[in-house]
Every structure is written in structure tokens, then in C-alpha cells.
Design a protein around this ligand. Structure first.
Ligand SMILES: Cc1cc2nc3c(=O)[nH]c(=O)nc-3n(C[C@H](O)[C@H](O)[C@H](O)COP(=O)(O)O)c2cc1C
Length: 321
């Protein structure tokens, strides 16, 4: 194979691996275009949650996780690459530069990308060890964002914020209809959240998980969140590029957590509602912009992970120009 074909193959593979990326309500709001020796990432307005996420923040975080996933795949193939994040569309452009030896951690990250998933069951009574938390904070910092671990009082403030955000979204008919279109029921088309990964009942926890108001079939366990750690992913900016970078950091953080057998559950409601987002911002001492609240915890190794959430076929998210 000549170098040109090799690059093209690597780019298609990277875009394909990015299909594993997490996204708000599994909307997968991205499209990749392989353009010569470049891979371009675009946001897809038809798969934006226009009611719940009018500013596109969750779309950008989701596209950021896809961008990071594509980069992990290039690393695992031994391609040193450049990334450009032009302000606007495309959101990002990846360009392989040269072949380099594959680093062992690149292979591990690539494996984690296929193992990682959202687990909405309750966590165990075992806390995430301090040194693991420190590692996760460091990894986030090295990847363009920050992670603020909440103290006890702040967890209670987050619990109130999560309730208020849920209440605000439940009270908005258009948001409720939008959620119903993406969660529960049978979804053969590879988007949205199937009943198999949603709890039978929303667990009773201090900080409530998102209630999708649909019957799930996942046994959630009889635990709670007394031993969970809550944290806020945040960054220095509030522009589109900052949210995209926030998504890249989220992906890196989530893969690192998966590697350490730590479960990460995103709680985006409090960030979506401006009033509760302000509460989160105060928790950061008004110095940064909150992107996402997350629950970190340990899972019972004796129980098996929930089923995988399906994805759109490659043909619907990748164009080869
Ligand atoms: C930006 C973002 C926000 C999310 N917010 C929530 C949330 O509030 N509640 C929840 O249960 N899952 C949330 N998720 C998880 C997605 O629903 C999940 O990634 C998607 O359904 C795909 O499933 P998977 O992560 O198991 O591959 C969020 C994910 C992302 C990337």
C-alpha cells in the first residue's frame, strides 16, 4: 500500500473508532469527512437536542469525546498527528504527520475505548482511593480541562442543583417530548438510549441520576451513593472551542477511570439549566466554567456491566470525499 492509501485507511479507521464515543442521549451529533490526508469533524444540527441544549454545549462536549477517540485510534496505529481546531466548522481537522512506534499506553487507551460505557446502576460502599482520584485530576489537567472534586457540603449543593434542574426540565413540555424521542422503547436505528441500559427504577441516591421518565429494564442494584465521589469538569473558557476541548478531556478522563475500574456517570442536567449552572460555577469559586458534573464510584466486580448502547452504522457518520 502506498503512503497515501495508508493515511486514508488510518483516517477511516480513526473515524470508525470514534463511533464508540459517548454522547448526550447517544445522539452521536458528529460527521467525519475524509478529505485527502485530512480528517474533518463536523457537528450535526439534526442530532442536536435543540430544546434541552439550545446553546449546543452538550453537542460540543460530545463531538469533543469523538475527536479524542479518533486521536486515540491514530495513536494506537502509530501515527503522530496534528490537530487543528478552527473556530467554526469544521470543528476540528486531524492530519497524520509521520509513523512512530506505538506506545504501550496508546494500545491500552484503544482497548478502553471499547470497554468504556455509561453505568447507571448504584455504586458500591467502597470509595475511589485518594491516589486514583489524584491520578484522574492530573489526567484531566494534562488534557485541556480541570476536575474539581466536591467536598461533603458541595455534594449536598449538587444534590439540590440536580433536583432543580430535573424539575425545570420536567416542567418544560418540549424538553420532555424531546427526551421521550431519544430514550426508552425499541430503537433499531442505532441512536438514543435503549431500555436495556436504563434502570428499572431511578435509584434513591443523595444526588439523583437523570430521570428519563421511561421504563428501563436494567436492575439498578440496591446500593446508593454514600461512598461515591462527585466532581465538576470545568475549564477556563466558555467559547465553542473550550467546550470541544472539555469533551476531549472528558473522554480522556473517562478512559482513565475505566482503566482504574472506576465508574463515571455524567450528570449534565445541572449544567444545562443556567440557574443551576451558576450554582456549580460558585462551587469553583467563580474562576472557571463548569462543563459537566460527574459521579465517580466503584462497581461490584461480581456483576456484569450493562449491555452496550448501539451506534449508528459507519456509513451514516463517515464520508470519504
Ligand atoms: C456530554 C454528555 C452528557 C451526558 N449526560 C448524561 C446524563 O445526564 N445522564 C445519563 O444518565 N447519561 C448521560 N450521558 C451518557 C450518555 O447517555 C451515553 O454516553 C450514551 O447513551 C452512550 O452510551 P455509552 O456511554 O454507554 O456508550 C452523557 C454523555 C455525554 C457525553
Amino acid at each position: 500500500m502506498n503512503e497515501k492509501d495508508e493515511v486514508k485507511r488510518a483516517l477511516v479507521q480513526a473515524a470508525d473508532a470514534a463511533r464508540f464515543a459517548p454522547s448526550i442521549h447517544n445522539t452521536q451529533p458528529w460527521r467525519w469527512v475524509v478529505q485527502g490526508d485530512r480528517l474533518e469533524l463536523f457537528g450535526v444540527a439534526e442530532r442536536q437536542l435543540h430544546e434541552q441544549d439550545p446553546g449546543g454545549h452538550m453537542l460540543l462536549l460530545s463531538c469533543g469525546t469523538a475527536l479524542h477517540h479518533a486521536r486515540v485510534a491514530l495513536d494506537a496505529e502509530g501515527w503522530r498527528h496534528e490537530v487543528d481546531r478552527p473556530a467554526g466548522e469544521p470543528l476540528a481537522v486531524l492530519r497524520p504527520v509521520e509513523r512512530i512506534p506505538v506506545a504501550p499506553e496508546a494500545t491500552r487507551h484503544f482497548q478502553m475505548l471499547q470497554v468504556r460505557r455509561t453505568d447507571r446502576r448504584t455504586v458500591t460502599d467502597e470509595q475511589v482511593p485518594e491516589d486514583t482520584l489524584r491520578h484522574l485530576v492530573k489526567v484531566t489537567e494534562q488534557n485541556g480541562a480541570r476536575l474539581h472534586v466536591l467536598g461533603r457540603d458541595q455534594v449536598l449543593a449538587l444534590a439540590v442543583a440536580a433536583d432543580r434542574a430535573q424539575h425545570a426540565e420536567d416542567g418544560d413540555e418540549r424538553i420532555a417530548a424531546e427526551t421521550a424521542a431519544w430514550a426508552g422503547g425499541d430503537r433499531p436505528d442505532g441512536t438514543g438510549i435503549p431500555a436495556s441500559v436504563l434502570p428499572e427504577e431511578v435509584p434513591l441516591t443523595t444526588v439523583a441520576e437523570r430521570d428519563f421518565h421511561t421504563t428501563g429494564t436494567l436492575p439498578a442494584g440496591d446500593g446508593h451513593d454514600a461512598a461515591a465521589t462527585y466532581a465538576v469538569l470545568y475549564g477556563e473558557g466558555d467559547e465553542a472551542e473550550d467546550w470541544l476541548r472539555g469533551g476531549e478531556a472528558l473522554s480522556r478522563l473517562w478512559l482513565a477511570a475505566t482503566e482504574q475500574a472506576v465508574s463515571l456517570l455524567p450528570l449534565s442536567g445541572p449544567v444545562e439549566i443556567p440557574f443551576t449552572r451558576q450554582t456549580l460555577r460558585r462551587m469553583l469559586g467563580d474562576v472557571g466554567f463548569p462543563y459537566l458534573a460527574v459521579r465517580l464510584g466503584t462497581l461490584d466486580p461480581a456483576t456484569s456491566a450493562p449491555p452496550k448502547t448501539p451506534r449508528l452504522p459507519a456509513g451514516q457518520v463517515i464520508d470519504v470525499a
